[in-house]
Write a protein that binds this ligand. Structure first.
Ligand SMILES: [Zn+2]
Length: 155
């Protein structure tokens, strides 16, 4: 019963069998705008608050500080490595042929960041603050998702 109140954790129980779940994930209006620009034009879109001037990346349709509207603006797509980590094992804990470098990248001209792979750089060459630029898939292969960006490379 859904209106039962369980106060003793020992009373918790579960029902066997499967529960069918169905969902659609959407990236929202601003997310759609971002992925469309990335897929169609290879461009990066941010959103600037009309009141306080904060620049959101990924873009948002309103400012979370003052609830004002934002407007989309194109950014360079370049960024700066804020932090990084090096993965030596895959998701099955098997050693990777080549270690993968994941970075938090502060996006130029925005107050936001992105987490993505670094490429065309060896692990001993990566530095905090290093300027990087995105490398995109060929336009014909882009699908409008985050993997349209292959990686960021030193610029
Ligand atoms: Zn604002």
């Amino acid at each position: 019963m859904f209106n039962e109140k369980i106060v003793d954790p020992a009373e918790l129980r579960h029902w066997g069998g499967k529960v069918e779940l169905y969902w659609i994930y959407t990236s929202g209006n601003a997310g759609d705008e971002f992925f469309k620009a990335l897929k169609d034009d290879g461009k990066f879109i941010s959103a600037k608050c009309k009141k306080c001037g904060r620049v959101y990346f990924p873009p948002r349709i309103y400012c979370e500080y003052d609830f004002s509207e934002t407007e989309y603006q194109e950014i360079s797509g370049k960024g700066y490595v804020r932090a990084y980590t090096i993965a030596r094992l895959d998701i099955y804990e098997k050693p990777l042929e080549k270690p993968q470098i994941y970075a938090i990248i502060d996006m130029e001209g925005t107050d936001g960041c992105i987490i993505h792979l670094l490429g065309e750089v060896d692990e001993d060459q990566v530095e905090i603050g290093m300027e990087v630029e995105p490398v995109l898939k060929d336009k014909s292969e882009r699908r409008g998702d985050i993997n349209d960006i292959l990686y960021f490379k030193p610029s």
